[in-house]
Design a protein around this ligand. Structure first.
Ligand code: FES
Ligand code: FES
Length: 177
């Protein structure tokens, strides 16, 4: 039997110790040793994007990363997107706009889109298209996915203009009786 390697890493903000066969990919470690099966197992060749996770703030294809390379690193999987029991805005807009149909590709798209929005909070359609160009979907035709990412873009908060002397004086004055 192949001796196991033992590493410590942070997955979805939780420090975890895990032991596994040294040839395993991060994808296999997540699914088989940590029971985090949201990350999907597609081509295992780096061509479908289903296995995307965020490794130290960078999106990666977990089928192309060895588990042993992740010692003392931070991994975010699709399970880590929701906070305090609330869906991430991307999860909500994907659900609302029909961007998830069979759902097999969805975790990979969500993770790649989150990485994009973390880096570029207001991406253009072309930037969204490019960021997701490595993810394959057999169901949606992609349009709903792009629209869902756009719908999740946080709009800048616009504060109501404060009354100035000139605007205040423009208010109608109540006539005295
Ligand atoms: S399973 Fe990793 S890119 Fe397809
Ligand atoms: S929703 Fe089915 S493959 Fe994308």
């Amino acid at each position: 039997m192949t001796p196991h390697v033992h590493i410590r890493l942070t997955v979805n903000d939780e420090a975890i110790d895990v032991a596994f066969a040294p040839y395993k990919t991060l994808l296999e470690v997540l699914r088989e040793d940590l029971n985090l099966c949201g990350t999907k197992h597609g081509c295992e060749l780096g061509e479908c994007g289903a296995c995307a996770v965020i490794l130290d703030d960078q999106p990666v294809l977990s089928c192309l990363v060895l588990g042993v390379e992740c010692s003392e690193r931070r991994v975010t999987t699709v399970e880590g997107l929701a906070t305090d029991g609330r869906l991430h805005p991307l999860q909500q807009t994907f659900a609302d706009l029909g961007a998830a149909q069979c759902g097999y590709c969805t975790p990979g798209f969500l993770v790649m889109a989150k990485a994009l929005l973390d880096e570029h909070p207001h991406p253009t359609r072309d930037q969204i298209r490019e960021a997701l160009s490595g993810n394959l979907c057999r169901c949606t035709g992609y349009q709903q996915i792009f629209e869902a990412v756009e719908a999740a873009i946080v709009q800048p908060v616009t504060r109501p203009a404060r009354a100035t002397a000139s605007t205040a004086s423009a208010r109608p004055v109540k006539a005295r009786s």
